[in-house]
Design a protein around this ligand. Sequence first.
Ligand SMILES: C[S@@+](CC[C@H](N)C(=O)[O-])C[C@H]1O[C@@H](n2cnc3c(N)ncnc32)[C@H](O)[C@@H]1O
Length: 258
Amino acid sequence: MTFLEFKDLVSKDLDLRLDAYKPNRVKRRIFSLMRRYQVEDLDDCYQRLQEDPSFKESFLQHFTINTSEFFRNPTSFNFSETILLPRIFSENKKVKIWSAACSNGSEPYSVAILIKEMGIAPDRNEILATDIDHFVLEAARKGVYNSQALLRVEDKIEKKYFKPAGEDRFKLDDKIKKQVRFDHQDLLKEKFASGWNLIICRNFFIYLTREGKDRLTERFTRALVPRGALFLGNTEFIFEPSIFGLKKINGSFYEKSS
Ligand SMILES: C[S@@+](CC[C@H](N)C(=O)[O-])C[C@H]1O[C@@H](n2cnc3c(N)ncnc32)[C@H](O)[C@@H]1O
């Protein structure tokens, strides 16, 4: 079968929106998985997906690159801590934050740590974190990390919020863990809740086609409250934010017009 036929069949069978991801990336990842499992061609691959649950699981996982770490891109977290969050908390009694495509949880937990460090009462914010990958969600709920994930964590923050838990393992403080609720969600096909003051979606747009990004930007904007902010990855930009009713406020931060 051709690659297009394979993609269509698999999209239907696995209920994945493969069309929204950049085609070359989808191709590269499928072929690298096939090499790893010594699967000969696409027909073979399709058959394995039908018959072998562990291959299917690897296939799904192979799509999702889960790289993440605490305070990834520190300048952006610094802007959040010193400018954005103080403004949002000064204007709202209760603040709703959503980390979409949160991976292993280091991103939403970084925000929870910032808020704690700002001296904001825990009941003034709600943090939801979602991802398509069940495995990373399970790891996120456990809140145990290796030193690689903590590379950008300042020593005083590490001492305060992490406890050594075996060789190269560090356990996050329970009070921070309690501040984040994790849920499974496919951003490309499921409905969004609304009323968010801040939506963080970082290092996910890079995998999408232009149409996929535009569609997601439109849906995120609808889910934000007026003056709510969208926080993207450092290499991700919205070329014409005004089309979506957004304006750029700093680096990869955009604000919904009021
Ligand atoms: C590179 S990680 C980004 C993690 C984190 N936001 C950061 O910047 O450190 C991309 C995440 O997107 C998730 N993902 C991929 N496709 C998704 C989809 N359709 N819906 C929700 N999450 C998805 C992956 O499972 C992965 O955890």
